[in-house]
Design a protein around this ligand. Structure first.
Ligand SMILES: NC(=O)c1ccc[n+]([C@@H]2O[C@H](COP(=O)([O-])OP(=O)(O)OC[C@H]3O[C@@H](n4cnc5c(N)ncnc54)[C@H](O)[C@@H]3O)[C@@H](O)[C@H]2O)c1
Ligand SMILES: O=P(O)(O)OC[C@@H](O)[C@@H](O)[C@H](O)[C@H](O)CO
Length: 385
């Protein structure tokens, strides 16, 4: 069985690659990082280390790589032959890989009649649906009809903390032991891939929202509040009771939205939150606030982990989202010269001020209660300095 996975980065190698190998697939990683691709082709395997007290190392074998810049035809050929296609490249890169995937599907329609599922494993609502939309922009109306018959783009939620790696060996990846991969059945074509570790569900919405608005909303606290307070790693920030206090408050707010929207059991959700906070404190993982805070314009978007639960909290409870507003306020201070979105956001703020910049990235109207709350918290945040 053949899998083609776009993005041989942290989650690609550290999670998707591991599960595909265990399920008996040969995985061809498609990436633009020449060094990683060369190494995958030279070694044909790589180690995944579980970051825990009793650390285990698993050899992920049967892998190869294709550089999509220098060998796009090989990537097209791999898509033609694939039994499943997955991605973990980042939401902003999906439109970029869409063109090559479209070429692969055009070629596949002519050469391979088998159905195929393409699963985007990105931290966003509707990742595979976005991939489909972007792929279809490269197809004509007749081709779209044929692709509708053969190709599924089921949405997915993936959860495993995989920090940036600093191992001497380029391919080694250290990951937390926990993982969750949930895939929606409704978008599927043909048989669902038999991969141990995937939970198939009829409706992904509660799962992706629970994950994004708990794990990622919570993670944004040590990242943005942490950097604001002068910390550079997640574990340093997690040691500060004020950070923990804000996580608790923010996850109560997003939790209220989730509980009321999806009728989650309160106690079960409280256990879920506690488990996630314990994961952020894993002493065997060293994660950077710059990684977790990366792409602040995306993270401040109207459907993402901060603004969406804040807006829904106002709608559902009629109350001010105090803690979510604090994180948004801190995100407006996020600095990283190597992060294009962080640089752009700071430019927007320097030119137009905090309120206008937030309105633009979050799609908020003047006077929106979330906007008002964030402006209040911008001032209050100074107490954390
Ligand atoms: N790391 C985590 O803890 C984690 C957990 C769950 C979900 N995710 C999600 O997975 C996705 C990837 O995150 P990551 O942490 O692995 O990032 P990463 O930067 O480690 O990996 C991304 C990979 O995509 C590659 N890439 C960039 N442009 C490409 C292109 N045009 N074609 C092919 N490959 C390209 C990069 O070279 C890199 O190897 C994101 O959507 C992220 O939100 C990450
Ligand atoms: O990947 P991002 O940039 O959307 O979010 C950063 C982290 O919160 C994220 O990568 C988590 O580590 C991951 O989502 C855990 O499952």
């Amino acid at each position: 069985m053949l899998a083609v996975h776009f993005g041989a980065g942290n989650i690609g190698r550290g999670f998707i690659g591991e599960l595909l190998y265990k399920a008996g697939y040969h995985t061809t990683f498609v990436d633009v990082n020449e060094a990683v691709i060369n190494e995958l082709n030279a070694k044909k395997e790589y180690p995944v280390i579980l970051a825990a007290e009793n650390s285990e190392t698993l050899a992920v074998k049967d892998v190869s790589g294709i550089n999509s810049v220098s060998n796009p035809d090989d990537a097209v050929d791999a898509i033609v032959k694939a039994d499943v296609v997955t991605t973990a490249v980042g939401p902003n890169i999906l439109p970029i890989i869409a063109k090559l995937i479209a070429r692969g599907l055009q070629e596949r329609v002519a050469r391979n009649p088998k159905a195929l599922n393409l699963i985007a494993c990105e931290n966003m609502i509707g990742g595979s649906a976005l991939l489909k939309e972007k792929v279809y922009e490269h197809l004509g109306p007749d081709e779209r009809g044929k692709c509708d018959e053969l190709f599924g783009f089921p949405n997915a939620a993936v959860d495993r903390i995989v920090p940036n790696q600093s191992n001497a060996d380029l391919l080694t990846v250290s990951v937390e032991p926990y993982y969750e991969w949930v895939v929606e059945m409704s978008g599927m074509k043909g048989e669902a891939p038999a991969i141990d570790g995937i939970t198939y569900v009829d409706d992904l919405q509660p799962y992706i929202e629970r994950k994004l608005f708990t794990v990622n909303t919570g993670h944004a606290v040590p990242a943005y509040i942490g950097q604001y307070m002068g910390y550079s790693t997640i574990s340093e920030a997690m040691d500060d009771w004020r950070v923990q206090d804000i996580i608790g408050g923010a996850l109560n707010e997003s939790g209220e939205v989730l509980i009321q929207t999806y009728d989650f059991d309160r106690e079960t959700h409280a256990d879920y939150i506690a488990k996630i906070i314990a994961r952020f404190k894993n002493p065997y993982i060293s994660d950077d606030v710059k990684r977790v805070g990366r792409g602040p314009i995306r993270k401040l978007g109207p459907m993402d982990r901060l603004v969406r639960p804040a807006t829904e909290y106002v709608e559902i409870t009629g109350k001010k989202p105090v803690y979510l507003a604090k994180i948004i306020a801190a995100a407006l201070h996020f600095h990283n010269e190597e992060d294009d979105e962080a640089v752009k956001l700071q430019q927007m703020i320097a030119e137009d001020g905090y309120e206008q910049a937030l309105r633009e990235v979050a799609g908020l109207e003047p006077g929106d209660p979330v906007l008002v709350a964030v402006m209040e918290e911008l001032d209050d945040l100074k107490r954390l300095k």
